[in-house]
Design a protein around this ligand. Structure first.
Ligand SMILES: C[S@@+](CC[C@H](N)C(=O)[O-])C[C@H]1O[C@@H](n2cnc3c(N)ncnc32)[C@H](O)[C@@H]1O
Length: 274
């Protein structure tokens, strides 16, 4: 495992995305936050403004992952999310592998052990999602003759276009063998509403990798880039899961406001181009 240094400034963004989930019913989100908080959680990263969009992307990815039906899931840049833990505790037939940068995985494993056993079917790999050798370490846990679903939420906006392409080509190689799927919200194009301006200010104070020029312009732009790699996208909108949001009640957010906050967030189910 090498080349992880230049990505380390992204790590605090995993706290920014972990905090709003405490206002949701996502299992273990509060337990995870409490432990992160004990270790020292910068006050500036405790913002609930993204709760509707983060809950929506989480739940839409869950729904689409279920629809794919794969029992083999690889979550890249999983941060402090608890999807892998929940799924593995619920279904022992799943094989779930999480990959993130070494310090994140090290802390995460330690933290989970304080509130749950780590199921035998949940595996952690310390590494770089752009590094083929690290991805191969993940693949060792799977039966590569069967479909694999790759997930990621919140990684690609911090990658430049060359890095995004490298990641997409790596994932192409994983899903091509057996008609797997890649499900991600990271292809949501940039938009410049006030929420984004606010979020960008906070993110920019923690990472040098949140650059507007690294964002996709629109859906056509995303499709063009993915088409060149041999991938096709089926778009879904977070509005699909608006009725499943629990943060609205906890934060006293009206349906209209929740809609406004998730309106631009898309999730793609990506597969090999036919
Ligand atoms: C915005 S956080 C998202 C975390 C989580 N997916 C979520 O939804 O809360 C970005 C994550 O990307 C991870 N990351 C950044 N660069 C990476 C890389 N090259 N390989 C693997 N993980 C990476 C960070 O450590 C961090 O956990």
């Amino acid at each position: 495992m090498k080349d992880t240094k230049s990505f380390e400034s992204i790590i605090p963004t995993a706290l920014y995305t972990a905090y709003p989930l405490i206002f949701t019913d996502i299992p273990f989100a509060k337990e995870m936050y409490n432990l992160l908080n004990e270790k020292g959680f910068p006050q500036e990263l405790k913002k609930d403004i993204l709760a509707p969009s983060l809950e929506a992307r989480y739940k839409l990815i869950d729904k689409l992952c279920d629809a794919c039906g794969s029992l083999q899931i690889l979550e890249l840049a999983s941060g402090f999310t608890t999807r892998g833990l929940t799924r593995c505790l619920d279904n022992k037939n799943i094989t779930y592998v999480e990959l993130d940068l070494p310090s994140v995985i090290k802390n995460k494993q330690k933290m989970i052990k304080t509130y749950s056993r780590i199921p035998k079917n949940l595996h952690f790999v310390k590494g770089n999602a752009l590094n083929k050798q690290d991805l191969n370490k993940c693949l060792k846990y799977f039966d590569i003759t069967k479909p694999i679903t790759v997930l990621n939420q919140g990684l690609m906006r911090y990658l430049n276009f060359d890095e995004k392409e490298l990641l997409a080509k790596n994932i192409f190689d994983i899903i091509k063998q057996n008609n797997g799927f890649w499900i991600t919200c990271d292809i949501t194009p940039a938009n410049s509403n006030s929420l984004n301006i606010h979020t960008n200010e906070i993110l920019n104070s923690f990472t040098d990798r949140n650059k507007f020029s690294w964002r996709y312009k629109n859906r056509e732009h995303v499709e063009e880039v993915f088409d060149k790699i041999g991938l096709q996208i089926k778009w879904h909108d977070c509005i699909e899961v608006i009725d499943n949001l629990t943060c609205s009640k906890n934060l006293n957010i009206s349906r209209k406001e929740a809609e406004d906050r998730i309106i631009n967030i898309a999730v793609g189910v990506i597969s090999i181009k036919k």
